[in-house]
Design a protein around this ligand. Structure first.
Ligand code: 13P
Length: 354
């Protein structure tokens, strides 16, 4: 039973499935805020010895637009099913149609800025529910067919007590409301619980936090009447924190086993796909994790619960474009093109377990 009309429900389901199939295809996340994109272009410029220039607002805007246009030109629907755009890229630069004409589905970032939780300053409320419906309706009118909302979730050892229960309650409720409103606007919601790995959690602790956070999100989605068949989940890979001693000895296979445990335990089988974020991992590491996950799926047969999981693919940002931006800033258009193509192809192969 759904409050959505049959035609809307059908379109949401079809879009969600198209974003994770045929197997191997995945999403390229390019939805940095204008400020974050400027910082990325500036940081990469400094990295690559180019002297940072005293750019004005208009120059910076043109540079953001130039990068996105050149990047989107390279993409092929063979490897990339969808691209997530910032509202600037979608509404001001109007770059949606160039992707749609290639058969790539356009999505929009729905979440706003973060505000610290009053009782726990290292955890955050995600803003943006006010005006969400009209904002998403405008995005749909500009060609978007899906949206995403990122909720950061702290993760420490039990001794340091993060995440707090109240932060998990807030993120689950916010993500479920986002999902319901996104479907009301006719957009497939991608629900993104991003469990951080900067602290001292073990792999087991990261698994526990992922399972709990994701389970709570689906409990709230049920209350808000979200049609799970017309949604996708975008989680982090469970992993030991950077300050945990096991970080350096953990293998992609360990990560794969932990990831499949989380997905098989916490994600309802109505959800048509899982698209992982790269979270700032080096590109080769993000690809090795996705590849190990899918290799483990490929080697599993019934009665293993891993044999019947939905498609597990990528929704990477930094892991796809990191090197390409460096080439672009140096004016090396050919290297930029081949770097971006190669990155998309590596993710595609990893999502097939190759
Ligand atoms: P990363 O893959 O760079 O983490 O970006 C994915 C994303 O959309 C984060 O919100």
């Amino acid at each position: 039973e759904s409050h959505l009309s049959p035609s809307v429900a059908k379109e949401l389901i079809t879009t969600a499935q198209a974003l994770v199939g045929p197997r191997g295809r995945g999403i390229y996340a390019t939805d940095e805020s204008p400020e974050a994109m400027d910082a990325l272009l500036r940081a990469e410029a400094e990295d690559s010895d180019e002297k940072p220039k005293p750019y004005g607002d208009d120059d910076r805007r043109e540079r953001r637009k130039g990068w996105k246009k050149d990047a989107y030109d390279v993409l092929s629907s063979e490897f990339v099913s969808g691209v997530i755009l910032s509202s600037e890229t979608l509404l001001d630069f109007n770059l949606g149609p160039s992707l749609i004409s290639k058969g790539i589905i356009v999505g929009v970032r729905a979440h706003g800025e973060l505000a610290p939780l009053p009782t726990s300053p290292f955890e955050f409320i995600v803003q943006g529910l006010d005006n969400l419906l009209p904002n998403l309706q405008a995005a749909r009118a500009a060609g978007a067919r899906f949206s995403k909302w990122r909720a950061p979730i702290a993760c420490t050892s039990p001794a340091l007590e993060l995440p707090t229960q109240v932060s998990l309650d807030v993120q689950a409720e916010t993500l479920a409301m986002f999902a319901a409103i996104s479907q009301q606007a006719g957009l497939v919601p991608i629900v993104e619980p991003d469990v951080e790995f900067s602290a001292d959690a073990s792999l087991e602790r990261s698994v526990e936090v992922h399972e709990k956070a994701i389970g709570m999100i689906y409990a709230r989605c049920r209350e808000h009447g979200v049609l799970l068949e017309g949604t996708l989940l975008k989680p982090s890979f469970p992993q030991p924190g950077l300050k945990h001693p096991s970080r350096s000895s953990t293998t992609p296979k360990d990560i794969a086993l932990a990831t499949l445990a989380v997905v098989s335990r916490a994600v309802p089988s109505a959800v048509p796909g899982v698209v992982f974020l790269s979270g700032g991992l080096p590109s080769s590491v993000a690809v090795s994790y996705l590849s190990a996950v899918n290799a483990l799926v490929n080697s599993s047969s019934a009665p293993s619960p891993f044999a019947r999981l939905p498609p597990l693919t990528f929704s990477y940002g930094r892991a796809i474009q990191g090197d390409a931006i460096k080439h672009w800033l140096k004016g090396e258009k050919d290297s930029m093109k081949s770097s971006l193509e190669e990155a998309c192809k590596s993710c595609y192969k990893a999502a097939k377990g190759e």
